[in-house]
Design a protein around this ligand. Structure first.
Ligand code: BES
Ligand code: ZN
Length: 387
């Protein structure tokens, strides 16, 4: 059932001087009552068979909505924020975006992979998590959130002295900028492999809260950083372009990644695969790596399973978030093969996230769990970007 919810539709005719900025949010119908209670929205049914609803809200309500979704909704009500009604409606109707032709997932870089994987260092992952989680918060609209972006850009710049490797901070309309590091491809530079995680953290109270986000998602950013470090230290040149991404504003509706994915779509950039590392350092289930089946590519997930079995030496399982739980969903919506290898079964995830208690001590203090994801991510980079 499709629902169209609208607040203050009559605002314009009620003599308001300036209409507030409107944003459009698509979210699971299960999360609708909570969102409605907050925004006071009306509901209109039009009878099509979606379990996704669309609401129109005042931009000023976004942070409060994020709080409600995280707090009352126990992380089951993923939501997307859209700038326009047209974009929101497109998302509502996009049951499955058109998939691009699959790339060839052959494994033929065994020698390189087995030479580089042992260089990955859990201690470096641990110390990066410690540094990131020592910041008061990495909220997308706070000073410390902005500083976290600059800190990461500097850290990534320090990984290479090569002039063809670039690091940029992408202005997206918030204090915090997304960070993108590019290693240009040699023979197929127009085919892009993305490996990312989200830079921001959140806890009740927004910009003034204490939100260490050690697992969510300093762990992913630290894992991405270690993959990049070993890749760049080896000085191998990938055939395809590799982009490492630290997304801003994930916790408030996947906004940083969505802006990037949309921009890439507009510019006709060809992302052949996206790997999302969000929460890698809490071993909550009996197996090591859990591949989320929803909002991801089955073909690329099968490739990851091959990589795990061949190179990583970890156990794996399949599970689902049940909603677009992280930035892979932004790529998925843009038609890009995306995957989300996760630290546990969904139901066994680290329950300390989104609070002041999401610390390194409360996850894996040695980052041994995150190291498995670094092994997978580096194998992915090498076998997909093909040096
Ligand atoms: N890291 C979480 C996603 C997550 C949480 C995955 C628990 C698996 C288990 C992410 O940062 C997050 O909090 N996502 C939001 C949704 C997003 C659209 C704002 C969530 O899950 O509520
Ligand atoms: Zn989160």
């Amino acid at each position: 059932m499709r629902l169209l919810v609208s607040t203050l539709l009559l605002a314009a005719s009620c003599g308001r001087a300036a209409a507030p900025e409107r944003l459009y949010v698509t979210l699971g119908v299960d999360a609708l009552p909570a969102a409605q209670a907050l925004t006071g929205a009306h509901v209109a049914l039009d009878g099509t068979d979606h379990d996704v609803a669309l609401i129109e809200i005042d931009a000023a309500q976004i942070d409060a909505l994020a709080d409600v979704m995280h707090e009352q909704f126990a992380r089951c009500g993923g939501f997307f924020v859209h700038d326009s009604l047209a974009d929101a409606e497109a998302a509502l109707h996009a049951v499955a975006a058109p998939r691009r032709a699959a790339v060839d997932y052959t494994l033929d870089r065994a020698e390189l992979v087995t030479r580089l994987l042992p260089q990955l260092d859990a201690e470096r992952i641990r110390s990066t998590i410690a540094e990131l989680s020592a910041m008061k918060n990495r909220y997308y609209q706070s000073q410390t959130g902005a500083a976290a972006s600059t800190w990461l850009a500097e850290r990534w710049r320090g990984l290479s002295t090569r002039s063809d490797v670039t690091v940029e901070q992408v202005e997206q309309g918030w204090a915090q900028k997304s960070v993108i590091m590019t290693i240009p491809g040699t023979t197929h530079p127009d085919e892009i492999v993305v490996i990312g995680g989200h830079l921001d953290s959140i806890a009740l109270g927004g910009a003034t809260s204490t939100a260490p986000g050690a697992d969510d998602d300093a762990s992913g950013i630290a894992t991405v950083t270690e993959i990049a470090r070993v890749f760049l230290a080896s000085d191998v040149r990938p055939a395809r372009t590799i982009q490492f991404m630290g997304y801003a504003a994930e916790e408030v509706g996947l906004r940083g990644s969505q802006a990037i994915a949309k921009d890439y779509g507009k510019r006709g950039l060809n992302v052949v695969g996206a790997l999302q590392l969000d929460m890698t350092n809490y071993r909550g289930s009996e197996k090591d790596i859990w591949l989320m089946k929803d909002f991801t590519s089955a073909a690329q997930n099968a490739f990851l399973i091959q990589l795990i079995d061949t190179y990583v030496g970890a156990t794996w399982g399949l599970d689902a978030c049940g909603y677009g739980c992280s930035d892979h969903a932004s790529w998925y919506r843009a038609g890009v093969p995306a995957s989300m290898p996760f630290e546990a079964r969904f139901r066994d995830h680290n329950k300390k996230i989104h609070s002041r208690n999401d610390t390194l001590e409360a996850s894996d203090a040695n980052a041994a769990h995150a190291l498995k994801f670094a092994r997978l991510g580096l194998a992915y980079a090498l076998e997909l970007a093909k040096p």
